[in-house]
Design a protein around this ligand. Sequence first.
Ligand SMILES: [Zn+2]
Length: 110
Amino acid sequence: MAKIDKKSNKAIFTNEEYAKTWENCPIIQNRDRKDFRLCYICKYPMEFKLNENNSEDESAWVIDLINTKKPVLEIQNYIGVHANCVKNRTKRDATKLIKRIKMVGWMAPE
Ligand SMILES: [Zn+2]
């Protein structure tokens, strides 16, 4: 279960939460789903090993809440996105948007 850091007011997630959140992210048909998933905001790949716990890289991914109207800290409400993309989200409740994006067969350029 995520903890809130009282100083920065940011949620701190466990490695297990990163691994489970990864399973919520849209897959890319021509990439290994263990290593690459789609960022639903910019539609570019994210790489599993580059999460903000392990990497300072600007393409690192973070855990964001799918529905910020109901900010529950539960796996079902977690989605991985690039750290830089969080500010570009358009909907406070992205549940339907993410469902629609998952129905598309995404392919990464070779
Ligand atoms: Zn992105």
